[in-house]
Design a protein. Structure first.
Lengths: 475, 165
């Protein structure tokens, strides 16, 4: 078997994964090198098996490098690290002080047209990033997917060619809009983007899946993703990465920790090797370094005892031939029939509506699909559009959802977990987040927070020192 | 009337068969949020409009073009990233210059530092918006506005109508 080079993220995750340890990772980005270094050091020394994150700021994400540079110069607050503006020397200097074999660092960004950015990533000596031509264009703006594909292909091939030790890309396909997407579509996009990266020279990939609203369904989904990765990925090293719930987050510390705990349980039981955590500050603002460290340590503690009280699913193992598996397989095959290149297959499938993300407003998305949450939180299709999915008779012709329905579905996880776990203390862990829930009565509370995630900086306007950068994406 | 699951016709307008009343729904160019737009489309459809939902990160030219379509009765700008106060006036001025009688409203989280105080709301009205909807019950007040104000034959001048809060 061909011995492939291994990027730093794959090497570390596989090593500790074989020891049965779950890797936990935050989202984190600060404007100055000093602040970024402090954050990375804190994550490294956390009592948990961690990987570091450098999240780029919104200016950099939209390629406004001049805007990022201006903010650096004037000392304006940035909501991430402007890697391009700092330049490769300064970035390498920062990394040299914290990166080592047992502490790799990944760059997270959210850019649909990443080539300049990823060139700077490689120039800085980094070898791991995240995204995808579809997963970073459909959820957020208007970049045509064909354009995103061209740029991603050029960028990814360049990164692979310039990284003889290997390069890693994690697909964001398991998240997409973060809520209300039946898992089979997330699994299909995640798999197709990972395959695309493999086809374009990437030697280490990770396939994401974001925790949704029913643990048993999520267990099926991750099992399906693993099985499909094993079938379709033939060269790259791969692992599964879970994202703690990316939708409207609970308001109480107890509810927040319960969601995080459930995501740990999902990761451990489903064999994911890495988890991107959330903090109880999620509904309010960007977390502090301390809050991030506390969340990482809580997740690590839970990983050691994942089935403690507070779990929500049944104990049954996920069946290998589940509905999620069969649906995802049908979606993947429909796409790959269009083109053996998984990237062109993905784009072709989207433009034809064979893949159709519900509630996604991107111009290239067909917008003929729809989905609902059942009373138990299971997601199911109510309209399939052109997707090769057959709806059960009961669902065909169901009426569209109302605005009230949408709100209830978006708030489901938050409401359920705040109700069931709002006063839970998790052995005193909630005390470490005591300051996370500010008095919201005096805040700008313009109705429900509908979108904490696409804006990295949160939507409530409660944060201190808020930036004036364009609101970017939370990846 | 419930939304039709976002089924779209060729003009990117929802295919609800509501007579004549078309709404253009958009956000400002820096705002990547989408759920507020999904929600408002459903609300507008429930209040009898066909909706052209322009999605996140909308540029002014796209809004102007969409507003030209026949039957357009209202342009709704919804933005929640805190930059509305800065960016939205440009949209209002551009729309007002071309469509003096079109109803134009804005809502969401328009500032980064808390509630919009009356003077800042007035600045938005002066820029050309007919109404501003912020605060906890903004959606309900917007719904009421659609049911009552839209019956009026002509757009009310900003001075004549108390701004919606």
């Amino acid at each position: 078997m061909e011995k492939l080079p291994m990027d730093s993220l794959t090497r570390f995750v596989d090593k500790v994964g074989e020891q049965g340890r779950l890797v936990v990772q935050p989202r984190m980005g600060f404007g100055t090198a000093a602040h970024m270094l402090a954050g990375l050091r804190a994550v490294k020394s956390a009592h948990a098996t961690t990987v570091g994150t450098i999240t780029l700021d919104s200016f950099t994400r939209v390629r406004d490098f001049a805007g990022a540079a201006d903010a650096l110069r004037t000392g304006a607050h940035l909501n991430g690290f402007p890697l391009v503006s700092h330049g490769p020397e300064a970035t390498r200097e920062l990394l040299e002080q914290v990166v080592e074999d047992d502490f790799p660092v990944q760059v997270r960004h959210g850019s649909p047209l990443p080539s300049a950015l990823l060139r700077a990533v490689v120039d800085s000596g980094l070898d791991a990033t995240e995204g995808g031509p579809v997963s970073y264009s459909l959820p957020y703006g208007k970049t045509p997917v064909q354009l995103a594909l061209r740029d991603w292909s050029a960028a990814v091939e360049d990164c692979a060619a310039r990284s003889p030790e290997g390069f890693h890309v994690e697909t964001f396909g398991g998240c997409m809009l973060g809520q209300l997407c039946p898992p089979s579509l997330l699994v299909a996009v995640s798999l197709l983007e990972a395959l695309y990266f493999e086809q374009h020279g990437v030697t280490g990939v990770s396939l994401s899946y974001a925790q949704q609203t029913n643990l048993d369904q999520d267990l099926e989904a991750v099992a399906a993703l693993r099985r499909l990765a094993g079938r379709y990925l033939t060269r790259a090293r791969w692992h599964i990465v879970v994202y703690t719930f990316m939708g409207l987050y609970p308001l109480s510390p107890g509810g927040s920790l319960a969601v995080l705990a459930e995501s740990v349980e999902l990761s451990v039981r489903a064999g994911a090797r890495r988890l991107i955590v959330k903090t109880p500050a999620e509904s309010y603002r960007i977390p502090t370094i301390e809050e991030n460290v506390a969340s990482l340590e809580f997740a690590a503690a839970r990983a050691r005892h994942p089935l403690d009280p507070g779990t929500t699913g049944t104990r049954a193992a996920a069946e290998p031939d589940s509905e999620v598996y069969r649906e995802a397989e049908a979606l993947i095959e429909a796409a790959l029939e269009l083109d053996p290149d998984a990237g062109r297959a993905l784009v072709g499938a989207i433009l034809r509506g064979y893949l159709d993300v519900p509630f996604c407003l991107h111009p290239d998305n067909a917008r003929r699909s729809s989905a609902v949450l059942g009373p138990d939180g299971r997601l199911r299709w109510t309209r399939a559009g052109a997707m090769p999915i057959s709806l059960p008779a009961a669902d065909r012709g169901s009426p569209g959802i109302s605005s009230g329905d949408l709100l209830r579905m978006l708030e489901y996880k938050r409401r359920r977990f705040d109700t069931d776990y709002g006063s839970a203390e998790f052995d005193g862990w909630t005390a470490r987040f005591g300051s996370s829930s500010p008095d919201i009565s005096g805040s700008d509370s313009s109705g429900p927070d509908l979108d904490p995630d696409p804006a990295y900086a949160g939507t409530t306007g409660l944060g201190r020192g808020r930036s004036t950068t364009p609101s970017g994406v939370r990846t | 009337m419930a939304g039709q699951g976002f089924a779209y016709d060729g003009q990117n307008t929802s295919s609800n068969s509501c007579d004549g009343k078309r709404a253009v729904l958009a956000t400002i160019s820096s705002d990547a949020h989408g759920w507020n737009l999904v929600y408002l489309q459903l609300l507008l459809e429930e209040e009898g409009h066909r909706v052209a939902n322009l999605g996140p990160c909308t540029e002014i030219p796209a809004v102007l073009e969409a507003a030209r379509a026949a039957g357009t009765r209202i342009v709704v700008l919804s933005t929640v990233n805190g930059h509305g106060e800065i960016e939205a006036p440009h949209y209002a001025r551009a729309l007002r210059a071309r469509f003096p009688d079109l109803r134009i409203v804005i809502g969401g989280k328009l500032t980064t530092d808390g509630d919009l105080d009356p003077r800042r709301g007035d600045a938005l009205l002066e820029a050309g918006f007919d109404a501003v909807f912020t605060g906890a019950d903004a959606a309900d007040r917007f719904r009421t506005y659609l049911r009552t104000r839209e019956q009026a034959p002509a757009r009310e001048r900003a001075g004549a109508a108390a701004p919606a809060r």
